[in-house]
Design a protein around this ligand. Structure first.
Ligand SMILES: [Fe+2]
Ligand SMILES: [Fe+2]
Length: 287
């Protein structure tokens, strides 16, 4: 516990020192032109897939706009859920003084929600609603409940982080959008470091036997499938001019090269950590 507390103390300090108030941080342009990359071509949901080369540069740019809106919408709706869940358990979770960090987490997510929502509404006139199927709410023992809350948060944040990283470092991406990805990247790097520490801390009380491990693995496999699935939004494909969005989504979700990106670029960190907690979450297999 001592090591854990001292690491979280460092993160708390860093949140206080480094976090910049988002509300007056950015110069919001009046408009973002459609002939700019709103999202890195490397971060597109068709990138590296078998069908990527069938798309013209113009079509990719149209898709980039709506996938930027999709990922920012997912950030917004996911952060809202994260805040609700973390607030629900924050005064009972057994983290000692490290609980203090949860106030910084919620504070920072509140600001992220503000800018992602404002961005989508201002430049696209909408936020895509969350399509996440509500996972069945069960009455769980507290240690299990708390572990699952933080594990789901970590899955969501590590996938989101992939997009922050790729977009922040790609010079082709429109500068204001890069700036938002970069700002989010810095805050999320701390949240992910915190989340990894917390899960190791909570694992012992939550995963008490093989049954508990099976249950958690099953729950987290579902969470991973939902989070990965939400990257492939049929409505975003339609908005970008591709009417057969559902078909495209199915094709991409089963594309080996996309599955490689899910496993190796988006989920490898969280899966390694879950492995350290004695869990074995599944590799994706083509349907
Ligand atoms: Fe965030
Ligand atoms: Fe976060």
């Amino acid at each position: 516990m001592d090591n854990f507390l001292s690491r979280v103390r460092t993160l708390t300090h860093s949140s206080i020192e480094k976090h910049r108030l988002a509300f007056n941080r950015f110069e919001w342009p009046e408009k973002i032109q459609d002939d700019m990359w709103w999202h890195s071509p490397d971060a597109l949901s068709i990138a590296t897939s078998a069908i990527e080369n069938d798309w013209s540069e113009e079509q990719k740019m149209a898709l980039a706009k709506w996938e930027c809106i999709n990922i920012f919408s997912l950030n917004y709706t996911g952060e809202l859920e994260l805040m609700q869940e973390v607030s629900r358990i924050m005064h009972e979770v057994k983290l000692g003084e490290a609980k203090e960090y949860l106030h910084h987490l919620i504070d920072e997510e509140n600001q992220h929600m503000w800018y992602f929502n404002k961005f989508c509404q201002t430049y696209a006139g909408k936020v895509y609603p969350s399509k996440k199927i509500q996972l069945e709410k069960q009455k769980l023992e507290k240690p299990m409940d708390h572990f699952l809350v933080f594990a789901r948060v970590l899955i969501f944040e590590e996938i989101g982080h992939y997009f922050n990283v790729v977009n922040a470092r790609d010079k082709r991406v429109e500068p204001f959008i890069r700036e938002i990805n970069e700002a989010h990247y810095h805050d999320e790097a701390r949240h992910i470091a915190f989340g990894r520490q917390v899960l190791e801390q909570l694992a012992e009380d939550a995963i008490v036997d093989d049954n508990a491990a099976d249950f958690v693995e099953n729950q987290l496999d579902k969470s991973i499938a939902i989070n990965i699935g939400s990257i492939y939004n049929p409505q975003a494909y339609r908005d970008a001019g591709f009417p057969q969005g559902v078909l495209l989504r199915e094709k991409l979700l089963n594309d080996p090269s996309r599955m490689f990106i899910h496993e190796k670029k988006m989920l490898s960190g969280v899966k390694r950590l879950l492995g350290k907690c004695g869990l074995n979450v599944m590799e994706e297999t083509a349907a």
